[in-house]
Design a protein around this ligand. Structure first.
Ligand code: FES
Length: 78
């Protein structure tokens, strides 16, 4: 689901939190992957902490939604 609001995480590269989330949903699975793909934190580096936090939050969101799919609440063994 795409969020209507966004914030810039990396001003040097013009990268938003939504772009970081999209990169993860499209296959990036670590901060390093996101950094390589989007160039976040590749200039002054001031955005590194926030970028890592967005990556961490998004990865845990993805993991919990995958867990929900693997074990649906209404699953009944026949
Ligand atoms: S704000 Fe991200 S590298 Fe400068």
């Amino acid at each position: 689901m795409r969020r209507a609001l966004f914030m810039y995480v990396c001003l040097c590269e013009g990268v938003t939190d939504n772009q970081i989330r999209d990169a993860i949903f499209e296959g990036c699975c670590s901060y390093r992957d996101v950094r390589t793909t989007l160039g976040v934190a590749s200039q002054c580096g001031k955005c590194a902490c926030l970028a890592k936090q967005v990556v961490r939050d998004t990865l845990s969101e993805v993991q919990s939604s995958q867990a929900a799919l693997a074990y649906p609440a209404n699953f009944v063994a026949a």
